[in-house]
Design a binder for this molecule. Sequence first.
Ligand code: SPV
Ligand code: MN
Length: 664
Amino acid sequence: MNGKKKSTASETKKKKAAALRLEMMRTYLAGLMDDDNYQKLSQCSPQVIEPIFNGAIRMDPASIFINTGSDRDIDYVRKMALAKREELPLAIKKHTYHFDGPNDQGRDTANTKYLAHSNTEISSLQQKEEHRAGILEVRNILNNIMTGKEMIVTFISRGPVGSPVADPTLQVTDSFYVIHSEFLLYRMMTPEEFSHDVSQKGYMFINYHSAGKLTSTNVSANLQNRRIYMDVERFRSYSTNNQYAGNSIAPKKINHRFGNMNNLRNHFGQRLDEHMFITGFDVAGETIYFAGAYPSGCGKTGTAMTGTHLIGDDLAKIFIDSASGEVRAVNPEKGMFGIIEGVNRDDDPEIMTLLEGKENEVIFSNLLVSDQKPYWIGMGEQLPVKGTNFKGEWTFKSREPASHKNARFTLALDAIENYDPETENPRGVKVSALVYGGRDYATMPTVVMAHDWMNTVVHGAIIRSATTATEIGADGSEKRSPFANEAFFPGPLGQYINHYKAFGENQDIAPDNLPSGFQVNYWLHKSARGTLAPGEQDGLIGEKRDTKVWMRIMALMHMEDVEAIWTPIGSIPKYSDLKKLFTEITGKEYSKKTYTKQFSLYIDNLIKRVDMSAKEFAREKGMPPEFFHVLDTWRRDLIALKSTIGPIVTPDQMIEYVAANVDD
Ligand code: SPV
Ligand code: MN
């Protein structure tokens, strides 16, 4: 009796204290905003007001703008981005451009760190900072960072509004460019909708960003204090003194990492947050959706665009819908932040139409502007004699690159011709196949279909790529790139592999609904696959437009509409099927010689890859033995094949070998 009374008394006290704190927070925030914004703020639950208050008191802005995503609010954001010269106008009315500083053109991997407790394990491929020390360090940088500036608060749904897998995400920033970009890339919610979503889901991602002090040309001045710190214990991020979207726009890669961590902790073997496009193809009267992972800058957007039903080009939240027994996926984004180099009329007509169109909004970044027109390398047009680019005044004579390799365009997907309205379906779309695209010059055949789920996991885990301009300081050297997601997976790789394995083994997936797995490689070089003819230039064996054929053959292989050839590492398509598709889709004659180059097994290279991968993953803690069993089996079968046929095995030889040696 006594105890109960006491607890009621302490509860009343707690409630009173909470009410007082709320009152204090409201009063403080009211002092920083007009009535209109205060009205919008008052739709926020106390839980949502708290991080807004915390941001304001630390960063000390002159005023606060509450962005509800309404037309009126977004107009203000557009206007301010121009007024503050974070964006500048182009001749086409809805088009603008933005420059990041010359040293702020990619993700800053050196200063991107996970803040985690000592008992929270972080991937061996990532950087960890002790939680408390990291927070103290970044707090020092955040103190008063917004003095004299306006702080913008935005409420985002990382996924279709109402989707059970969408992450409620709060963005606090002083950059109107960031919010304008986020308007094109993400779904915005009202404070009321957001507060409701947070209370239903019991979590939110909280992101603080400041571009910091700006130079006279409006780029971040204090790069020495650039930090991208991610508190994975509380899903809060602190991004300071930067503007490049991969660092500043937290709902992209920063929150993608939180999504992964959340899955590991709360949805083990049930949800995957992947660095994947989602795109669909009409095949035999059905729409088949693929999700595909490619390391940054390795053709992911281009491949996504080959689909007739585009859902997304960068990220996928994949989950098991237990009601239907299907593996389904939503795009946490609704826009595209695409690499612009090499985008031209011949290769990317749909994108080009938008980049030149008058109807849709586009933000260009880090390219060349002359006479209010954007130019970039590989646009298929004569460059002007002079202009301004992200480094300043540019002249044709200077021989400096006109645009940065990581120059981008930002636009909303619904402007694109092959946009699929299913993008907004809170239940997502059914995923039939997972594709992993490495960038390797010599080893992996162009298309390989995994034998089973564990083989899919191995194919995803062993892809490698050359480093690209999406990361600062990239030198083009080859590195491992498990699932093209290693940069964004906070946990240890062993845990990730177990999580993937458990996902495919989840009993909630109906047997027919388990996605097929493929590894693709568009990057084979002529010199690595046979000798060059006298005078022949080295280069890629295939072309960009062949991607359509590779996607179609994978759909047919998945549907078992075509026969495939068994090999130790997976099955490969037959020449006759590809030849037909090449004629049908590209109008191109596909020679047997090219096919043989693209699909022969170079056994020594493959064994090297197997051994290297086994060695790398043996260093990871907690790896499932099944993973190594797959690699051992590949190795055993490759050696047997080599001893019968030799170090290079053509598809024709493979067919004969299978007939003689392999039981069905
Ligand atoms: C990538 O590099 O994978 C991108 C662009 O999609 S970034 O926003 O930098 O991550
Ligand atoms: Mn990406």
